[in-house]
Design a protein around this ligand. Structure first.
Ligand SMILES: Cc1ncc(COP(=O)(O)O)c(C=O)c1O
Length: 296
């Protein structure tokens, strides 16, 4: 029996079935290459599902980790804050689209950042509704799952979803949905079932990742910006997968020149370490009360 086969047997016995895996058990990885337990070499096109934008073990990331480990690993920013959090917030405030005062919060996963962006939009608008799109993926927490526009495998068997989440069709030529039709459907949604004045946020990926690498047409993003401005809705860019230069620009939204109110980042942000962020208009990020946004 190979070591990979032994690991597969142990995995089946010890790890939750819902955590599905592919067959390659990683022993080590460097830049774009990965070696399995038998020493076989693979070219890693998956990159941790769009996470390792700078490759495995980028020397500057490794050096930063080693330096930090010598100082401290965790104090909890809420208890004993530190400079590197503030420095990263400053850099993200600079790097994200929009020529206005911005602020940032850091958390650990994409789903957690999505949830916090929705909390900010709700606190800012005093509304609770959210609109996302068919084919969207926004994470696996209860709200992330509700926002995700795909039932199998993400929502199947998990019961009732959080209320006040509506899905509009994503313009997708492959599914025969034009930009005009998608906008028409959104208008019909507003006319028939959801009052736009109750909507806190519209959340969209500039390029759907899990949904099949579908680029949101620039005209569609411009129209969403206008709709949000008209109704006082917060426009949230989920840049978890498209962001951090994965589309050739720092953010997927940069290609369209449409400026979202909040940007959600994760994956490539920390070269394989669990770090995510919400950056956006200072007045929206600051809407929750002190202590309303936390995490250990
Ligand atoms: C667009 C998008 N949003 C959110 C998430 C959730 O991120 P995480 O898996 O870090 O919770 C993902 C993960 O694939 C994603 O692609």
């Amino acid at each position: 029996m190979t070591e990979s086969a032994r690991l597969a047997t142990r995995k089946s016995a010890a790890v939750a079935r819902g955590v599905a895996t592919r067959g390659i058990y990683a022993a080590r990885a460097e830049n774009a290459e990965l070696w399995n337990a038998e020493g076989r070499r693979f070219l890693d096109f998956a990159a941790g599902i769009a996470v390792n934008n700078t490759g495995h073990r980028h020397p500057r990331v490794m050096a930063a980790v080693a330096e930090q480990a010598q100082a401290f690993t965790h104090t909890c920013f809420h208890v004993a804050p530190y400079e590197s959090y503030i420095a990263l917030a400053e850099r993200l405030n600079e790097a994200t689209p929009g020529d206005f005062a911005k602020k940032t919060m850091l958390v650990t996963t994409g789903a957690e950042a999505v949830e916090n962006a929705i909390k900010m939009a709700r606190a800012f608008t005093g509304r609770s509704g959210v609109i996302s799109f068919s084919g969207a993926f926004h994470g696996r927490t209860l709200l992330g799952m509700a926002l995700t526009g795909k039932v199998a495998p993400y929502k199947k068997g998990f019961g009732a979803m959080p209320p006040e989440v509506a899905h509009a069709p994503f313009p997708n030529a492959f599914h025969g949905v034009t930009e005009v039709e998608a906008l028409g459907q959104l208008e019909r949604l507003f006319a028939s079932s959801v009052d736009p004045e109750r909507i806190a946020a519209i959340i969209i990926e500039p390029v759907q990742g899990e949904g099949g690498f579908n680029i949101a047409p620039f005209g569609f993003l411009r129209a969403l910006r206008e709709i949000c401005d008209q109704h006082g809705i917060v426009l949230i860019a989920d840049e978890v997968q498209a962001g951090m230069a994965r589309t050739g620009r720092m953010f997927g939204f940069d290609h369209s020149n449409v400026v979202p109110d909040l940007v959600v980042m994760a994956k490539g942000l920390a070269g394989g370490f669990p770090l995510s962020a919400v950056t956006g208009r200072a007045e929206i990020v600051d809407a929750p009360n002190p202590g309303g946004l936390d995490g250990t």
